[in-house]
Design a protein around this ligand. Structure first.
Ligand SMILES: C[S@@+](CC[C@H](N)C(=O)[O-])C[C@H]1O[C@@H](n2cnc3c(N)ncnc32)[C@H](O)[C@@H]1O
Length: 232
């Protein structure tokens, strides 16, 4: 599947570059390590909803943090278009039995109603076509199964809204150029956060596909949010 032809950024190339260039370290620096706490919170939430005997898919699985934290070793499926990300995950998740697939959310290579749970952390922002991605996720999810998203956003509170945007526009690309020698990729990451839909718009997009909205949990006034959806 050819992607991102009309975009000034080739998203797969970007993640190939950042996977080589200290991806995990950059995440730690960018979020002052807070992304680890958010991921732990997210995984605890997933554990409370998922039955370990059922199948779970992590979309945009990247370097494998979610399955690394999840206290489950079997029925794990991970999909990401960048095979180098899977290689990092394999090293991190040696004790886990993970079925890896190179591919896009918009074209999932799984049967319908296959998974009890589907997760996607910091990946939805990169979908070239969210409607296609969400439709595919809905198709592959079992009845009553959960789709859990975690994604960055722009804080709703005015006081932190502007400084946060300035952090994304200036500090993030600068840090990327120093630590990872890759200003361009980190400029893309910043722009993709700034242009991401508001929490309400995203939930409406998901409802239009057919999902029931269970809950949205905001951190730092929406700088990071968890969305819990269910296929009813
Ligand atoms: C910021 S990383 C997040 C990785 C991981 N989920 C985490 O929380 O650390 C975004 C990932 O999305 C992947 N990606 C980009 N476009 C995608 C698409 N259309 N479908 C699925 N994954 C995609 C990238 O290759 C990259 O690994």
């Amino acid at each position: 599947m050819s992607k991102n032809s009309s975009n000034q950024y080739n998203i797969t190339d970007i993640f190939e570059n950042v996977s080589h260039a200290k991806y995990d370290l950059m995440n730690d620096i960018m979020s002052l390590g807070i992304h680890r706490l958010w991921k732990k919170y997210f995984v605890d939430l997933v554990s409370s909803k998922h039955n370990a005997n059922e199948k779970i898919l992590d979309i945009a699985s990247g370097s494998g943090d979610i399955f690394n934290l999840l206290p489950i070793t079997k029925n794990l499926y991970a999909i990401d278009p960048v095979s180098e990300m899977h290689n990092i995950s394999r090293k991190k998740n040696k004790s886990k039995n993970i079925n890896y697939q190179v591919g896009y959310a918009e074209n999932l290579p799984y049967r319908k109603n296959f998974f009890q749970t589907i997760t996607c952390t910091y990946g939805v922002r990169n979908f070239e076509n969210r409607k296609d991605g969400f439709s595919e996720i809905y198709r592959c999810l079992k009845q009553n199964g959960y789709f859990l998203i975690m994604e960055f956003g722009i804080p709703k509170r005015d006081l932190i809204n502007k400084p946060y945007k300035n952090f994304l526009k200036y500090v993030l690309p600068f840090t990327g150029s120093i630590v990872a020698h890759d200003r361009h990729s980190y400029k893309y990451l910043a722009e993709s956060i700034i242009s991401f839909p508001s929490q309400i718009s995203l939930v409406n997009e998901l409802k239009n596909i057919g999902f029931s909205h269970v809950k949205t949990i905001d951190f730092i006034s929406g700088a990071n949010s968890i969305y819990i959806l269910q296929k009813k």
